[in-house]
Every structure is written in C-alpha cells, then in structure tokens.
Design a protein. Structure first.
Lengths: 298, 298
C-alpha cells in the first residue's frame, strides 16, 4: 500500500469565508494531497482541516496552508473561545498506512524548520515530535496563548525549536507535531443513570487507574434516555478498542448493567477494527497484507 | 472508493512456461488491470490468474487473456488431473469494492458474448450469472469435460449462452460467471484427534445441516500435532466468519475441547473482518465509509 499520512492543521479563522476558502485552496492545489474535510466554528473562530495523502504532498500542503494563513490572518486582532497561539495554531502529522511515527516526526521537523526560516514564525515541536518532555503536552505548550507568548518566549525553557526567539506579532507561534490517530468510541449502557456511566468511565480511563491511552466521561443520550461511556482512545495500537470495550463491560457488571451497544464516531483506521476481529477470533499470524483492498491499493 | 472487481481466470496450461507467460502478459498490458498473482500446477496442467482493478480494465484483460489462450492452447491434446472443458476453463468475476453482483453478472455477459462472437467459443454463464438453476453449479456445467462436450453441447438444455452450439475443437468451451469472494478460514483445536475435528466440521458445514455457506473438513496439522477444522466460507456476507468460528467453538464444547486459535488463509476482503469487529463490539450503525483508508482511496 502507498504511504499515507494524515495532517490536521487548525487555523485561527472560523468566520470570514473568503479567508477560509483562500487558505483551504492551498491544500487543493497540491497534487497528491487530498482535502478530506474542513469545518469552521464561529464561536471558536477556528477552522480544522483534514488532509491525507503521500508524505511529501501532505508536507507541502501543510506548509503552503501555514504560509497563506500567515498572510491573511492577523493574530493581534483575533478573538475566539478556543485556546490559540498562532494564525496556524497546530499542525499534527498522523501516520495512517505504511508510515512510521519517526517519519511523521521528520515531516513535523521539516515543516517547522521551513516555517521558522521562511515565514519567521516561532515553532514548537509537540507530542511525539517534542524535544523536551514538557513540550510533549500541547496544553503545556499553548499555555498563556497568543497574548502570553510575548513574555513566555523569552524564557530559556520556551525557546522555540525553529524560528526566531521573539514573537511574530501578526502570525503568532505554531505548534507542529506528530501523534497517533484518535479513535472516538462510545459504549451504551442499559441504564438511564448517568452516575453509573461516570463511575465506569472513571475506572476505565487512565486518570482513574484504568487503561493507559483511554480518556473517558459519562454522558446522557437524551433522545434514547440511556447513559453512555464516551471515550477517546489516544493510541489504539497500544490500547485497543476491544480492551476499552471489555473493560467497560467488566465494570458495568458490578452494577448489574448490560452493555447494549457501542459506536465508532467519525473516521477510524482500518487496523483499529481488524485488531478487534483478530482478538475475538483468536487469529494467529495475521498480516495486514492479507487484506485484499490493501493489496489492490499497493 | 474506486470500483474494484476481481477476476480469477483459470487456463489449461500449467507446464509450458513460454505459453503461460505469453498469456499472462495480456493482463499486464491492460492499464488499470493489476495482475495480483498467478500460479501454475504441473499435475493439473493448469494456471490460476488473479486480476483486480476497475471493471472495464478487468473485463478487457479477461477477454484478451482468453483470446491469447485460444490461440496458444490446443485442447485436443491437453491432459491434466483437474477437470476442464476449455483452453480458458473458467472466468469468474468477483465484486470487491463498490461493485454489485449485478455489475459482475454484466461483466460476465459482456466477456461471454465477445468470446462467442469474436472467438467462436461456446460459453456457459455460471453461478450468479447462470441463466438456468442447473448452470448455477460449476461442477454441473463442466460435467463430461472437454471430451464429453462434443455430445453434451447438442442437448437443448446445454445449448451455450453465447457462441456456436457446436464444440470449438481447439479452444473447447468456457464457463464465465460471477460469484462472491471465498474466505479460507481454519479453526485450531486443543486436540490431536482428527476424528473430533471431522465430527465438528460435519456439524458446522451446510452438507451436515450447519451453516448455509460453509464447506468444511477435519485435517491434521502434523507439524503442530493438532487437529483443525478447515473451512471455505463461500459467501461471507451471508455466513460471516464469526458465525463459523462460534459454531466450531460450540460444537467443540461437547468434546470438552478448547479452540486455541484460528487462521485466515490468503487474501480476504476487508469487510469480512470488519463485520466480525462490529459483531463482537456490538457496534451500532457502522458504515464502511468510516474506514479512513477507504475514504483516502476514494
């Protein structure tokens, strides 16, 4: 199968359609990069773009997008509810098929270096591309936001990985990184008691002593009058979907509550579900190369 | 996702490499048709070719292959252990992605019509493309083989669907059809008693009153000293892999035998395994369009 990488840049404009379209157009122009989706939020004043394709094409598309955003967005007059520090706020690279995390880190470094050198924007490498443990956490990197960065950037520990050690007034600063794909996965319970869903979520998630790569909360599905354990699996290769599912079932048993179903929200990597089939069917020695569609795509 | 169809022509030459290569070369020449695999069996004196790609390209490749086989193979002097009736013996079209069985039937009709008109070969449509219930079964169509067809073809019930109602002496006759992909799936047992594996296979397979689209036998894995239920799932969309697996487990229980693993042999359609993940995770409302790789390939 061809190498496929995903990139999900977030830029700080969610209201002006002309500006949004001009920035997104930069992605459409790059051959081999596919614009899978983009959605803008007016109160966040922010747009999330999903690009997939070959590493080189996606890298080019991400840089061109950031360049156009730096031209068209003025952070000194930006307001919006979502935390942000730059015109292009974050650029994560995500391995999808036949691409390693190390390659995604390289892509992040390449885009970060070019943004620093060519666009004069301070760049912080984050998550799997981070150069210090602190920078591993995007929330830590972004703390203080655009307004606070004029001071923060002067601290030795917050010297940018690329670009100038002074703030870019118009374009702000950007976090460029690499991470595994998220899987949004929910398990539905045969109860209308949200407290039970919350209690289960607490036992299953990392914070409560549960599975390492699971975040989770209890929520109420009003229209069906049932409670749900709503999870984000932040590393499905380490903590698999079936582990999350079985842990929820196990915890639900203490309340005598049945699991009545589950939901995968949005896009998921094929392997995250194939892994579950392998587990339950006790399949020995399976290779993803046995997937007919994968062979065809090669 | 792009439409993908698979075609697995079998032609009656498995010994002469020059001839085999010349015939297979016809597939390589067609743009948009991918030669996934070909393997020859000397005792069968037969070669099985696997082609995938877009419907038009695969249809062209299959016809060109049949044309070249008719040129280079002389059935009047052919011998081999495998039942056969023509230079190109069978041409099944198999829907893989975003293609319906009805479209595959159309491809079979198109290739069959051209083989009749342009190559003067009697053609029988079989399996899902069959025009009579009898022709649904390939073994029925092929009964009598090449040698017997000189008489068989004269019977009203065996009038070909396309081409002349007299045998083509050099190229023989060909069965062209449409069918779902096979999944070869084995379940390993914690026993070295092959009789138990055979007894389980009998209860699970269609012939013994089991699942409609399962064929199965017991076999011995000598190198591991364990017995195995070896199955062919001839319609994984109707009889799913997990159904076959759970039925084997259920039957194994009566002997107090555990299931220690399972194997998927060769290529499988992605959906056959995703269906299993959906079942075990009790996923509600999943769509194959949520598979990231599928969206990327679109």
């Amino acid at each position: 199968m061809a190498k496929i990488v995903e990139c999900v840049p977030n830029f700080s404009e969610g209201r002006n359609n002309e500006v949004i379209e001009a920035i997104v157009e930069e992605v459409r122009r790059v051959e081999g990069a596919k614009l899978l989706d983009y959605s803008s939020d007016k109160s966040h004043n922010r747009t999330v773009v999903t690009i997939v394709g070959k590493p080189e094409a996606v890298t080019t598309a991400a840089f061109n997008l950031a360049k156009k955003a730096a031209e068209l967005i003025d952070m000194s007059i930006h307001e919006g509810e979502h935390p942000r520090m730059g015109a292009t706020d974050v650029i994560p690279f995500i391995p999808i098929a036949d691409v390693t995390m190390a390659e995604c880190v390289e892509m992040a470094r390449e885009v970060g270096r070019r943004m620093g050198e060519e666009l004069n924007i301070p760049v912080y490498l984050y998550e799997d591309a981070a150069t210090t443990p602190q920078r591993g956490n995007l929330a830590e990197v972004r703390k203080g936001q655009y307004e606070g960065f004029f001071e923060k950037i002067k601290k030795e520990e917050w010297k940018p990985d690329f670009g100038p050690a002074t703030m870019n007034v118009k374009a702000g600063a950007t976090a460029v990184g690499a991470r595994v794909p998220l899987v949004a996965y929910n398990v539905n319970l045969a109860t209308d008691n949200i407290e039970i869903a919350s209690a289960i979520a607490k036992k299953v998630r990392f914070l409560g002593g549960g599975l390492r790569y699971v975040k989770g909360i209890g929520v109420m599905l009003e229209e069906r009058n049932i409670a749900q354990v709503s999870m984000n699996l932040v590393n499905y290769e380490k903590t698999a979907i079936y582990q999350a599912f079985e842990m929820v079932k196990m915890e639900a048993q203490r309340y005598g509550i049945a699991v009545i179903g589950s939901e995968v929200i949005g896009l998921v990597p094929m392997k995250s579900l194939i892994d579950c089939a392998e587990y339950y069917l006790q399949i020995e020695d399976f290779s993803m190369d046995q997937i007919l569609e994968k062979r065809v795509a090669e």
